[in-house]
Structure formats: structure tokens, C-alpha cells
Design a protein around this ligand. Sequence first.
Ligand code: SAH
Length: 213
Amino acid sequence: MSFDAEAKMQFLFALRSKGVTDKAVLNAMESIDRGRFIQGYFTDRAYDDMPLPIACGQTISQPSVVGLMTQALKIGPRDKVLEVGTGSGYQAAILSQLARRVYTVDRHRRLVHAARQVFEALELTNITAFTADGSFGLPDQAPFDRIIVTAAAEDPPGPLLAQLKIGGIMVVPVGQSDAVQSLIRVTRTDSGYEYHEMRPVRFVPLVEGLGKD
Ligand code: SAH
């Protein structure tokens, strides 16, 4: 299957019907072919609105969830964005269309290598991918205008809150890994943090330390 006009139309229709209405986000999702981030058996399902398995027992998120999280970040063209949980690289690729610079980190080296190859092939030169435990953020690159966490934590990790600029926004799924989690939008103000609960979601857990591969 290819991301032809027909596939794009259906893909965008599904996104809109799930509440992804931001024009810039829809344009970004139209310009990045999700099929490039999926290998093997499931390539046929690349344009369906469902999460799919990737290597290392992880998943590429559902497109409408990618769209809603990206939309909630309200990214500006000058923004420096951190993503925790590179996975396939799809979410980072969408962010790269909207932000000045994207840093993405995953605990699995193998996923980071595969994602870098796709970024290179698509000439997405404003993304830098690292293998690291992202719950500590990226102190050398901090602070960030926007932070997106694509794995569920029991609470928003303290180092990530600390690496968010004042006026910055973070989107993070919060809750136990085996239960339904809540997608939370955190805004850093002059005096602290404001929390807004967006919707129930289901993500793989944020895990401590590096993966075996
Ligand atoms: N955003 C991805 C989907 C992410 S799935 C995409 O667009 O495809 C969640 C990812 O979070 C997995 O790849 C997992 O390895 C990663 N992860 C889990 N805990 C982590 C941690 N502490 N630091 C960095 N990455 C982590």
C-alpha cells in the first residue's frame, strides 16, 4: 500500500473525525508517510487509525493520538521540542514539521538506529535522536519549549518538569501501565505548574534504565 491521494484522504478524514482539527498538524501528518516507520507484516495497516507493533516489543502510537498530542502542544516555528520515547520515529517526524529543532530519546538503541535511518532517508535534518533513559530528560539541551512523553509514567517525571521553560507545555500519559491512563497537559507558569486532564489513553510504560538492545 502507498500513501497515495486516496489513502491520504481517508487518513485525514479519520484524524478529523477524532478531533484533530489544527491545520498545521493535519498538514504535517499529510506530508509524512506513516508507512515508512512500519516494517514487515503490518505495513498494510499503516494508514489505519490504530497502534501497531514495532521492534523491541514496543508500539507506534495510533495516528489520532499522535495528532491530538501534537495539537495540544501548540508548537511554534521557533520551538525546541523534546520527545521521550522515539519508538518508530513517527511522532518525532511529525514534530519536525512544526518545530525548529526536535530532540528525541529512547532506551532501546535498536529503535534509535532504525529511526535515524528513516529521518535521514526523509531528509528530516532538524531531528537529533539519542539512546538514553529519557526520564532524566536531556540536561545538556535543556530547557525546552515543549516536551512530549510517549510512554506512561506514574507521575510526570521531576527532571522533565524542571527542563520545561516558563510558558512551556508538556504532554504526558500518566497512570499505571496495566490500567487506562490519563493524558495530561502541563503548563509551566511563573509560579508553578498547571495540570489539565485531556482524555483516557493507553501507552506502554516508561521504564527505567537502558534496554538490552
Ligand atoms: N513515539 C513513538 C511510540 C513510542 S512507544 C512513535 O511515534 O513510534 C514508547 C517508547 O518509549 C518505546 O519505544 C520505549 O522503548 C520508550 N521508552 C520507555 N521508557 C523509556 C525511558 N525511560 N526513556 C526513553 N524511552 C523510553
